[in-house]
Design a protein around this ligand. Structure first.
Ligand code: SF4
Length: 327
């Protein structure tokens, strides 16, 4: 058996480094081969991401336009009602989404009426037959358990960057806090969505280290979003250079090879990519994109649904079925 086709949790940093640093065409070919073994290569999952509570976050993530301490000019919006959210989810399903992710700009979940409302949203979206995902910040074990009971399919909690680079980006929580929440999500029986962002001033070694952390978890995250920094005016990282697409391709291909069965999601940064550039990401093993009703992903630009439809048609891609495909 081709050794690339095994699922491994014992990757060394050196092995991942060697894959990551391969000549690009060789890397993409290898990733595409792994992709075709584990996934239908012509299917891309369309996920809708909705900000259910926007801005005013007490955390200091240096890339984020929703942190209250940065003057980014975004409009702060309170938690939406469950009715509004389920209506948007229904339209998202009709438009071809099979996964619906609800994001709240919170440091952590509190046991209050807002959380009860989120549980109601989870129940409502789950009843539509969508894979329902939330990203709400840190969770206690009992909160993770309650989300699971409400029908939550997946929880997103990105590592963002490597353990070494973490303090440069966020000071209000630790890398270990991230891992603790991920463990609680896993323990509750919820599917794990965790990836990171490139272009935060990290080194190549940091990228490899972050991938190493994900690929050596006792179970790989079922979902691995790969984001390019969306430079938001007013944040400390606004002046950083645009991420080169080839860097995204390299990151996606490496993630695909070391976590072959996971969904690898081409996430933030698509609005600055041409169709040709996105095609390379699909060749490298990305099999999911995010959309929203507006042309924004949370508070940063995102391609319009119509443009994505044209791209799918051109590339012969079809949206993954809205039937849940995970057990
Ligand atoms: S990334 Fe999340 S936790 Fe960090 S500031 Fe933004 S909304 Fe808050």
């Amino acid at each position: 058996m081709n050794s690339d086709l095994q699922i491994r949790h014992d990757w060394t940093i050196e092995e991942i480094e060697k894959i990551y640093n391969q000549p690009l065409l060789e890397l993409v070919y290898r990733a595409a081969t792994v992709h075709r073994h584990y996934h239908p290569a012509n299917q891309v999952q369309v996920c809708t991401l909705l900000s259910i509570k926007t801005g005013g976050c007490p955390e200091d993530c240096a890339y984020c336009g929703q942190a209250a301490r940065y003057n980014t000019g975004i409009t702060v919006k309170p938690l939406m009602s469950a009715e509004q959210v389920v209506g948007i989810a229904r339209r998202a399903k009709e438009a071809g989404s099979s996964r619906f992710c609800m994001a709240a700009a919170w440091r952590e979940v509190r046991d209050n009426r807002d959380f009860d409302n989120v549980l109601e949203m989870v129940r409502g979206v789950n009843e539509l037959g969508l894979e329902v995902c939330c990203t709400l910040g840190m969770l206690s074990q009992s909160q993770a358990d309650r989300l699971q009971l409400a029908g939550l399919h997946a929880y997103n909690h990105n590592l963002d960057t490597s353990e070494n680079h973490y303090d440069e980006i966020i000071s209000t929580r630790t890398f270990d806090d991230r891992l603790t929440t991920l463990n609680r999500v896993r323990k509750a029986g919820i599917s794990v969505c965790s990836g990171g962002i490139i272009g935060l001033g990290e080194t190549h070694a940091d990228r490899v280290n972050m991938l190493h952390t994900l690929a050596t978890l006792s179970k790989h995250p079922e979902s691995v979003p790969v984001n390019a920094l969306a430079r938001v005016r007013g944040t400390p990282l606004e002046e950083l250079p645009k991420v080169d697409t080839w860097e995204m391709v390299r990151m996606i291909a490496t993630a695909r090879i070391i976590m072959p069965a996971s969904m690898v999601r081409l996430s933030a940064g698509r609005s600055e990519m041409s169709t040709e550039e996105q095609s390379w990401c699909f060749m490298a093993g990305a099999n999911s994109i995010f959309t929203s009703e507006s042309d924004e992903l949370l508070v940063t630009p995102n391609p319009r649904l119509d443009d994505d439809r044209k791209m799918f048609e051109l590339l012969g891609l079809i949206p993954m079925s809205t039937d849940k495909h995970y057990a």
